[in-house]
Design a protein around this ligand. Structure first.
Ligand SMILES: [Zn+2]
Length: 332
């Protein structure tokens, strides 16, 4: 079972093999504390399993995806913008207490990466994933497993440094020159504002009181040169970060998901965005990785985190089984 805990909604999904047999969504606002959400999730699992000729005993493991920097052992939320009142709670312990099953907790961007690598259009055990939105999240899959790292910061691609020097922008994390300060939603708007300030060139963007990535995307669709240049620069910054990634993890596929994809493959603006990212990544990469690197938009949308959470739970439970049987083998 996968649970994707978001600031507004909680997505639940039950998998049998690779098949998603049932799904549900509940409102986060209706849950005063995590155990409320987990009890509703357990109820959903019990009902769905009995409707499918199985029982709660058949549930193998439960995975939880959530935003923030996560200590994987206790799953205490250490840093996140949302869910402030849920800080300091040991989610791993709560989840295990409510479900009485093997449980595992994973950062939501890592979960989305794992979901795409296991169930998406580009299935591979070597994949990196960037979520583009207010912030930039990232997940790196190596050998089919998400890299959480020693401090819960593995795959935090949004905080790689792509600009140095005195003019480097400040990032939400307090450091300077990070990718998120350029390719996160506020960074994209800042790029557009700077371009508008540098010229008298007419632009539809001048008519807006508040610019957003959406308004910039629409203006670019309509041929607005400043909007197109804003998106091109955003793509160049992402290409730089992906080139770094290609020399660290050497993924076979890099996927882009989240709310800010400029229409994705369905739009000319989205396709131009992707093409520039790819060109910049190839330009900066060793020929062996750059020439073969696939970069595309993600395919699972909002389901990726929930599916990845389920996959992470399955992997973690099976690894624990393996470790136990190895221990028994040694004892004998
Ligand atoms: Zn940062």
């Amino acid at each position: 079972m996968g649970i994707d805990l978001g600031g507004t909604s909680i997505k639940l999904g039950l998998l049998r093999g690779d098949e998603l047999i049932a799904r549900e969504q509940i409102s986060t606002a209706n849950c005063n504390e995590p155990s409320d959400a987990f009890r509703q999730a357990r109820e959903f699992a019990t009902q769905t399993l009995s409707a499918n000729g199985a029982s709660f005993d058949d549930l193998e493991a439960v995975g939880l995806a959530m935003a923030g920097v996560i200590d994987e052992a206790t799953a205490t939320l250490m840093e996140t913008a949302n869910l402030q009142s849920w800080h300091g709670i040991g989610f791993h312990q709560e989840l295990a207490r409510v479900f009485e099953k093997p449980v595992a907790v994973i950062n939501d961007a890592n979960a989305a990466a794992l979901g795409e690598s296991s169930y998406g259009e580009h299935r591979t055990d070597s994949l990196s994933f960037l979520t583009l939105g207010t912030g930039i999240g990232g997940g790196i899959i190596v050998g089919g497993r998400a890299i959480n790292g020693s401090h819960g910061c593995g795959g935090e691609i949004g905080h790689v440094t792509i600009e140095h020097g005195p003019d480097a922008r400040s990032c939400g994390c307090g450091r300077f020159g990070h990718l998120e300060a350029y390719a996160g939603a506020a960074g994209i708007v800042q790029t557009a504002t700077e371009l508008l300030d540098q010229t008298d060139q007419p632009s539809a963007l001048r008519d807006f009181d508040t610019l957003t990535p959406e308004s910039i995307s629409i203006a670019a669709d309509n041929g607005d040169e400043i909007a197109i240049e804003t998106i091109r620069r955003t793509a160049v910054h992402l290409g730089r970060a992906i080139a770094m990634l290609s020399h660290i993890a050497d993924p076979s596929v890099v996927l882009l998901g989240g709310a800010v994809t400029f229409g994705g493959n369905q739009s000319k603006t989205g396709r131009a965005f992707l093409k520039t990212i790819h060109e910049e990544a190839v330009r900066l990469s060793l020929v062996q990785t750059g020439s073969k690197l696939k970069i595309d938009f993600a395919s699972l949308g909002n389901d990726a985190g929930m599916l990845g959470a389920a996959q992470h739970a399955r992997q973690t439970a099976r690894q624990a089984d393996l470790n136990r049987s190895e221990e028994r083998h040694h004892e004998n």
